[in-house]
Ligand binder design. Sequence first.
Ligand code: F6P
Length: 513
Amino acid sequence: MTVRCDHTPAWQELGKHFETSAKRFDLREAFGADGKRFERFNQSAPQVFADLSKNLVDARAEELLLTLARQSGLKARIDAMFAGERINATEDRAVMHYLLRSPKGRQGPTGELAQVHETLDAMLAFAERVRRDHTITDVVNIGIGGSDLGPQMAVLALDEFVAPGKHFHFVSNVDGHELDGVLKGLAPEHTLFLIASKTFTTAETMANARSAKRWFEQSGGTDIAGHFAALTTNVEAAREFGISTTFGFWDWVGGRYSMWSAIGLPIALAIGAEGFRAFLAGAHAMDEHFRTSPLEQNLPVRLGLLDVWYRNFHRFTSRSIAPYHSALKRLPAYLQQLEMESNGKQVDLDGQLLPYGTSPVLWGEPGTNGQHAYFQMLHQGTDVVPLEFLAVRDAAHDLPGHHPKLLANALAQAQALMQGKKDAGGHRNFPGNRPSTFFVLERLTPESLGAFIAMYEHRVFTSGALWGINSFDQWGVELGKVLAKDIEPRLTSGDVAGLDASTAGLLQRLRQG
Ligand code: F6P
């Protein structure tokens, strides 16, 4: 039985606690008063260590947030997901991406695990064959959203593990500049195209796939079966398109949760079967942590509760992430879809308008780059933006001096945000007391990346469950798609009948010249 967060007694208590004292909470005082704050507010989970102590949360708030989780029935919601219940109610689907990383032979909720492993084995065997095939030098993934962001982020992040001699390209935008730029450097006989689309209907992906196929044929390519593979739940549509090499998955895998499925083929091609299995194993360990740990020692739960605390009581509207590892440059974009497409909702499970905020805006850039761009605002701006640091203890290079500089910057920024600095002049004053979370991975490996991403998935699940929303649909993307279909032919015909004056004026301007 789940209860919307604002219908629980704990919600009222949190409101009172915030008003009476928590809104004046000061991190510097808290550390001064409690020599054990770091020990009490850190949490270890598989592959991930998190220091939560520099967050604006005292013992009372933490206790009330845990009570909120209990009174909302969070555990029942977690159990429902892991039991394969159709918790994505608006699409009448189960949500079982965790099954994709479940080891062989384990009891799955619905008996689908055998199929999962059959597909995984076939996909990994294909990946190994292509890795040994030196005629294939370039892999082009054509897909968008969840069919692009995860594989792209992971292939870049795991660069250290990528087989030499293969180049990976990701084409997502319907803007022809992107595909054109990639195709210019390719030869059909050396290229493998992966058409990645859960539905195999997404307009951008289909337009890019058609153009890639045309280019392949016009440039003398002959063996479509050997140079095109489809990663999709809609194997039928892929066959109609002319692709016979297909790797399927299931409707219970949401697009933004799909890189563990056939959509992860570029990752498997890049890091090999063993690497991909390690990636899945890292995520599985985090699934088990989330499923079985008590709420108070459950890292995704503690993070999700903080997210609710910040969004609904402190009323922070955004959160920033700074991965201190240049290979994680696409992590913020990946997490943006995960969090904002999942929790950017305004109605509860019954379709009732919510009286409180949901998904924050998530954004970021790798450190130290962000420091020289927008960190000014984080330190001295008028809004408080909780910041998340992700640091990796061991470097994968041996250039002297760089890694200590990088880590020192991450630590110093978190310290500066918290401590601040008094200056009577105003311009040089740092208010401090700005919250941050600090994640540490020992090394950036397939396993630790898998665990970190699964942690994020479950954290988004936690806040979505408390908010009483469906984190697994995405109706908000539909309207624009429908309107684009109406507008596209008008760009040729010039017909502006029925359009608002602004759209009509812009359309005419875009047709001129
Ligand atoms: O339009 C949004 C969306 O449906 C995302 O949820 C999804 O990840 C993306 O488009 C791509 O969809 P598909 O994999 O079906 O092409």
